[in-house]
Design a protein around this ligand. Structure first.
Ligand SMILES: [Zn+2]
Length: 94
């Protein structure tokens, strides 16, 4: 590794989004972004949220209209190719 596209992606996300970006990168690199058959989810600190490019089910996004780190994590994992595929239906687990 080193000097790879992945490094570029992660440093860019951290530069643009600061602490939020670091959280997103950590989640993306640690298998916390999971693609189920029906939904993609991000495992957060206290809960798991359904996400996509423009949407998240967490309070920050839903009630405060903020771009939360879960969406960033999703985008980062997508760019890094670290989304974990799960051959299950998420709606069966909730
Ligand atoms: Zn969120």
């Amino acid at each position: 590794m080193g000097g790879s596209d992945a490094d570029e992606v992660t440093s860019e996300v951290c530069r643009l989004y600061g602490a939020k970006g670091e959280k997103a990168v950590f989640a993306a690199e640690n298998g916390q972004v999971i693609q189920y058959r029906d939904f993609c989810v991000v495992i957060g600190t206290t809960d798991t949220y359904v996400v996509d490019e423009e949407f998240c089910t967490c309070g920050d996004f839903t009630y405060r209209g903020l771009q939360c780190w879960h969406i960033l994590a999703y985008r980062t994992a997508k760019a890094l190719g670290t989304i974990v595929p799960r051959d299950e239906w998420y709606h069966d687990l909730i």
